[in-house]
Design a protein around this ligand. Sequence first.
Ligand code: CAA
Length: 215
Amino acid sequence: MTNRVALVTGGNGGIGTEVCRSLGAMGCTVVTTCIDAQKEDIASWQQQLESEGHHVGWVECDVSNFESCASMAEKVRAEYGPVDILVNLAGITRDGFAHKMEKDAWDAVINVNLNSAFNVTRQVIEGMRERGFGRIVNISSVNGQTGQFGQTNYSAAKAGLHGFSMALAKEGARKGITANTVSPGYVDTSMTAAMPQEVRDQIIAQVPAGRMARP
Ligand code: CAA
């Protein structure tokens, strides 16, 4: 993995930061995307990981927007080199029962959690095919397999990511490209912290370890 370039969307979040650390520890140059709203925090994020000895950078990008992804990928190529490893991790929740859900909440989650995987993968996959190497990891969720109250949008997007991975794996196999989905259970991050306390307690009570996973 030494000297490989890894692109992690949403790499500055709870799970993302640990993904970047792991890739950094393997010797990769790691680049995260961040949205404009996070720009103030991103410098201290970068400083922290660099102080631990990792080579990390960031590029602004709205992963739900194809053009934004195209310009982000161009910047990554120019500044760091061709992308060998892609982790599609950026995700949001807009929870609400289907019978009350606004269309905006549906669209936002499908765009950020599912359409993003195509928007970003499309920018790097031709290069991976030409070079005969690529590793694509799509971060799904247990709720893409089980469904969850208030998450028709999120569960649909996360299940969709798995279908995307399976088809991509077939297409990439002869070109040295693997595509996989990782589906974490409930992880202790700001995303799960935003859940109503009683739902949180109810979920933790069902986890055999009696606690959420740590990033
Ligand atoms: N299990 C069982 N019953 C549930 C339930 C659950 N998880 N959630 C809601 N209900 C029931 C309530 O008990 C209530 O029942 P009664 O009508 O009999 O009282 C009914 O559904 C309505 O519930 P609310 O009054 O809470 O309705 P609401 O519209 O205000 O909110 C909700 C509903 C949006 C689902 C809210 O409960 C909520 O946000 N739940 C959390 C959803 C969740 O689990 N999100 C996961 C976020 S973390 C994540 O996504 C990361 C990952 O990948 C794992």
